[in-house]
Design a protein around this ligand. Sequence first.
Ligand code: HEM
Length: 197
Amino acid sequence: MIAGYETTSTALACSTYILATNPKVQDKLIEEIDQIKWDDRSHDEDTYELVMNLSYLEIFVREVLRMYPITTKGQVRQCNQTINISGHIIEKNSIIQPDIFSIHYDPDLWGPEDPNLFIPERHLAKRHPIAWMPFGVGPRNCVGMRFALMELKMCLIELLQQYRILPSDKTEEGFQLREKISIGPDAVFIKLEKRSV
Ligand code: HEM
Protein backbone atom coordinates (compact mmCIF):
# COMPACT_ATOMS: atom_id res chain seq x y z
CA MET A 1 0.00 0.00 0.00
CA ILE A 2 2.82 2.40 0.91
CA ALA A 3 4.85 1.55 -2.21
CA GLY A 4 1.91 1.86 -4.58
CA TYR A 5 -0.43 4.52 -3.16
CA GLU A 6 1.40 6.77 -0.68
CA THR A 7 4.17 7.47 -3.21
CA THR A 8 2.05 8.38 -6.23
CA SER A 9 -0.48 10.41 -4.22
CA THR A 10 2.34 12.38 -2.56
CA ALA A 11 3.92 13.04 -5.97
CA LEU A 12 0.53 14.25 -7.21
CA ALA A 13 0.17 16.53 -4.17
CA CYS A 14 3.62 18.03 -4.85
CA SER A 15 2.65 18.48 -8.51
CA THR A 16 -0.45 20.49 -7.61
CA TYR A 17 1.64 22.71 -5.30
CA ILE A 18 4.08 23.37 -8.15
CA LEU A 19 1.24 24.14 -10.58
CA ALA A 20 -0.43 26.51 -8.13
CA THR A 21 2.80 28.42 -7.53
CA ASN A 22 4.20 28.36 -11.11
CA PRO A 23 1.43 29.69 -13.38
CA LYS A 24 3.68 29.88 -16.46
CA VAL A 25 4.57 26.21 -16.11
CA GLN A 26 0.87 25.41 -15.78
CA ASP A 27 0.10 27.43 -18.94
CA LYS A 28 2.65 25.41 -20.92
CA LEU A 29 1.33 22.12 -19.63
CA ILE A 30 -2.29 23.03 -20.42
CA GLU A 31 -1.25 24.17 -23.89
CA GLU A 32 0.44 20.82 -24.56
CA ILE A 33 -2.49 18.79 -23.21
CA ASP A 34 -5.06 20.83 -25.16
CA GLN A 35 -3.25 20.16 -28.45
CA ILE A 36 -3.98 16.44 -28.23
CA LYS A 37 -6.99 15.19 -30.15
CA TRP A 38 -8.21 12.79 -27.49
CA ASP A 39 -11.35 11.91 -29.46
CA ASP A 40 -9.30 10.30 -32.26
CA ARG A 41 -8.42 7.31 -30.07
CA SER A 42 -9.76 3.93 -31.11
CA HIS A 43 -7.78 1.69 -28.70
CA ASP A 44 -6.41 1.97 -25.16
CA GLU A 45 -2.93 1.56 -26.67
CA ASP A 46 -3.48 4.89 -28.46
CA THR A 47 -3.96 6.61 -25.09
CA TYR A 48 -0.63 5.20 -23.88
CA GLU A 49 1.16 6.45 -27.01
CA LEU A 50 -0.43 9.90 -26.78
CA VAL A 51 0.44 10.32 -23.11
CA MET A 52 4.01 9.10 -23.55
CA ASN A 53 4.58 11.59 -26.38
CA LEU A 54 3.75 14.62 -24.23
CA SER A 55 7.29 15.93 -23.86
CA TYR A 56 6.61 18.86 -21.53
CA LEU A 57 4.53 16.65 -19.21
CA GLU A 58 7.47 14.22 -19.11
CA ILE A 59 10.01 16.83 -18.01
CA PHE A 60 7.45 18.39 -15.64
CA VAL A 61 7.01 15.09 -13.78
CA ARG A 62 10.76 14.45 -13.76
CA GLU A 63 11.36 17.89 -12.24
CA VAL A 64 8.68 17.33 -9.56
CA LEU A 65 10.38 14.08 -8.56
CA ARG A 66 13.83 15.71 -8.61
CA MET A 67 12.72 18.41 -6.18
CA TYR A 68 10.57 16.04 -4.12
CA PRO A 69 12.11 12.57 -4.02
CA ILE A 70 9.48 10.88 -1.89
CA THR A 71 11.12 7.70 -0.67
CA THR A 72 14.74 8.50 0.06
CA LYS A 73 14.80 6.19 3.09
CA GLY A 74 13.83 3.22 0.93
CA GLN A 75 17.10 3.29 -0.99
CA VAL A 76 19.40 1.22 1.19
CA ARG A 77 22.00 -1.39 0.24
CA GLN A 78 24.30 -3.76 2.13
CA CYS A 79 27.90 -3.89 0.91
CA ASN A 80 28.80 -7.52 0.01
CA GLN A 81 32.56 -7.06 -0.14
CA THR A 82 35.05 -4.63 1.38
CA ILE A 83 35.80 -1.98 -1.22
CA ASN A 84 37.81 1.23 -1.59
CA ILE A 85 35.88 4.02 -3.26
CA SER A 86 37.87 7.24 -3.82
CA GLY A 87 39.99 6.51 -0.73
CA HIS A 88 37.02 5.60 1.49
CA ILE A 89 37.08 2.01 2.73
CA ILE A 90 33.59 0.54 2.92
CA GLU A 91 33.63 -2.64 5.02
CA LYS A 92 31.78 -5.78 4.01
CA ASN A 93 28.22 -5.84 5.47
CA SER A 94 28.11 -2.05 5.94
CA ILE A 95 24.71 -0.51 5.28
CA ILE A 96 24.86 2.26 2.69
CA GLN A 97 22.16 4.87 2.19
CA PRO A 98 22.72 7.50 -0.51
CA ASP A 99 21.58 11.02 0.34
CA ILE A 100 19.16 11.60 -2.52
CA PHE A 101 18.44 15.24 -1.61
CA SER A 102 22.15 16.13 -1.88
CA ILE A 103 22.30 14.42 -5.28
CA HIS A 104 19.10 16.02 -6.57
CA TYR A 105 20.12 19.53 -5.43
CA ASP A 106 23.81 19.30 -6.42
CA PRO A 107 24.64 22.33 -8.64
CA ASP A 108 27.43 20.36 -10.36
CA LEU A 109 24.93 17.71 -11.44
CA TRP A 110 21.94 19.99 -12.09
CA GLY A 111 23.30 23.46 -12.91
CA PRO A 112 23.90 25.97 -14.29
CA GLU A 113 20.36 26.99 -13.20
CA ASP A 114 19.83 27.07 -9.43
CA PRO A 115 18.67 23.55 -8.38
CA ASN A 116 16.31 25.20 -5.86
CA LEU A 117 14.21 26.50 -8.74
CA PHE A 118 11.58 24.48 -10.58
CA ILE A 119 12.82 24.39 -14.19
CA PRO A 120 11.57 21.36 -16.19
CA GLU A 121 13.82 22.26 -19.17
CA ARG A 122 16.93 21.32 -17.19
CA HIS A 123 16.02 17.68 -17.98
CA LEU A 124 16.60 18.33 -21.69
CA ALA A 125 20.36 18.53 -21.08
CA LYS A 126 22.40 15.33 -20.81
CA ARG A 127 23.01 14.59 -17.12
CA HIS A 128 24.95 12.00 -15.14
CA PRO A 129 23.12 8.65 -15.55
CA ILE A 130 22.21 8.51 -11.85
CA ALA A 131 21.83 12.22 -11.10
CA TRP A 132 18.05 11.52 -11.06
CA MET A 133 17.13 8.65 -8.79
CA PRO A 134 13.64 9.06 -7.26
CA PHE A 135 12.93 5.42 -8.14
CA GLY A 136 16.32 4.09 -7.07
CA VAL A 137 18.79 2.43 -9.42
CA GLY A 138 20.04 -1.06 -10.24
CA PRO A 139 18.32 -4.45 -10.24
CA ARG A 140 16.25 -3.67 -7.10
CA ASN A 141 14.91 -0.32 -8.17
CA CYS A 142 11.19 0.49 -8.11
CA VAL A 143 9.17 -2.19 -9.91
CA GLY A 144 6.24 0.23 -10.20
CA MET A 145 8.15 3.05 -11.92
CA ARG A 146 6.58 2.87 -15.37
CA PHE A 147 3.12 2.36 -13.90
CA ALA A 148 3.61 5.25 -11.44
CA LEU A 149 4.73 7.65 -14.19
CA MET A 150 1.75 6.70 -16.35
CA GLU A 151 -0.65 7.04 -13.40
CA LEU A 152 0.74 10.46 -12.48
CA LYS A 153 0.53 11.72 -16.05
CA MET A 154 -3.04 10.46 -16.54
CA CYS A 155 -4.20 12.12 -13.28
CA LEU A 156 -2.58 15.43 -14.23
CA ILE A 157 -4.12 15.33 -17.70
CA GLU A 158 -7.62 14.61 -16.33
CA LEU A 159 -7.23 17.40 -13.75
CA LEU A 160 -5.86 20.06 -16.10
CA GLN A 161 -8.38 19.33 -18.83
CA GLN A 162 -11.09 20.47 -16.45
CA TYR A 163 -9.51 22.81 -13.92
CA ARG A 164 -6.90 25.51 -13.51
CA ILE A 165 -5.03 25.16 -10.23
CA LEU A 166 -4.66 28.35 -8.20
CA PRO A 167 -2.88 29.09 -4.92
CA SER A 168 -4.84 29.79 -1.76
CA ASP A 169 -3.93 31.93 1.28
CA LYS A 170 -2.62 28.81 3.04
CA THR A 171 -0.63 27.22 0.20
CA GLU A 172 2.85 28.03 1.57
CA GLU A 173 1.80 27.48 5.19
CA GLY A 174 0.65 23.91 4.47
CA PHE A 175 3.60 22.92 2.32
CA GLN A 176 5.99 21.90 5.10
CA LEU A 177 7.87 18.73 4.16
CA ARG A 178 8.05 16.04 6.85
CA GLU A 179 9.90 12.76 6.81
CA LYS A 180 7.73 9.86 7.96
CA ILE A 181 7.84 6.64 5.95
CA SER A 182 7.89 8.82 2.89
CA ILE A 183 8.74 12.53 2.64
CA GLY A 184 5.76 14.72 1.85
CA PRO A 185 4.00 17.96 2.74
CA ASP A 186 1.69 18.37 5.74
CA ALA A 187 -1.03 19.61 3.41
CA VAL A 188 -1.49 21.20 0.01
CA PHE A 189 -4.13 23.95 0.02
CA ILE A 190 -5.08 24.97 -3.51
CA LYS A 191 -8.11 26.34 -5.32
CA LEU A 192 -9.62 24.72 -8.39
CA GLU A 193 -11.13 26.97 -11.04
CA LYS A 194 -13.32 25.27 -13.62
CA ARG A 195 -11.92 25.80 -17.11
CA SER A 196 -14.30 27.03 -19.78
CA VAL A 197 -13.38 24.60 -22.58
C1 HEM B 1 6.06 8.31 -7.64
C2 HEM B 1 5.88 7.06 -7.28
C3 HEM B 1 6.93 6.14 -6.74
C4 HEM B 1 8.19 6.41 -6.26
C5 HEM B 1 8.88 7.77 -6.13
C6 HEM B 1 8.77 5.13 -5.87
C7 HEM B 1 10.05 4.98 -5.36
C8 HEM B 1 10.62 3.77 -5.01
C9 HEM B 1 11.96 3.62 -4.49
C10 HEM B 1 12.96 4.74 -4.26
C11 HEM B 1 12.17 2.30 -4.26
C12 HEM B 1 13.46 1.65 -3.71
C13 HEM B 1 14.38 1.42 -4.90
C14 HEM B 1 15.81 1.05 -4.55
O1 HEM B 1 16.08 0.57 -3.43
O2 HEM B 1 16.70 1.21 -5.43
C15 HEM B 1 10.94 1.60 -4.62
C16 HEM B 1 10.76 0.25 -4.53
C17 HEM B 1 9.58 -0.40 -4.80
N1 HEM B 1 8.45 0.18 -5.35
FE1 HEM B 1 8.19 2.13 -5.85
N2 HEM B 1 7.88 4.13 -6.12
C18 HEM B 1 6.74 4.69 -6.64
C19 HEM B 1 5.60 4.04 -7.05
C20 HEM B 1 5.39 2.69 -6.94
C21 HEM B 1 4.20 1.99 -7.38
C22 HEM B 1 3.00 2.66 -8.05
C23 HEM B 1 4.37 0.67 -7.07
C24 HEM B 1 3.47 -0.51 -7.29
C25 HEM B 1 2.43 -0.51 -8.08
C26 HEM B 1 5.68 0.53 -6.45
C27 HEM B 1 6.21 -0.63 -5.99
C28 HEM B 1 7.48 -0.79 -5.46
C29 HEM B 1 8.03 -2.05 -4.96
C30 HEM B 1 7.28 -3.39 -4.90
C31 HEM B 1 9.34 -1.81 -4.56
C32 HEM B 1 10.36 -2.81 -3.98
C33 HEM B 1 11.20 -3.37 -5.12
C34 HEM B 1 12.26 -4.35 -4.65
O3 HEM B 1 12.70 -4.28 -3.50
O4 HEM B 1 12.71 -5.16 -5.48
N3 HEM B 1 6.27 1.77 -6.40
N4 HEM B 1 10.02 2.52 -5.08
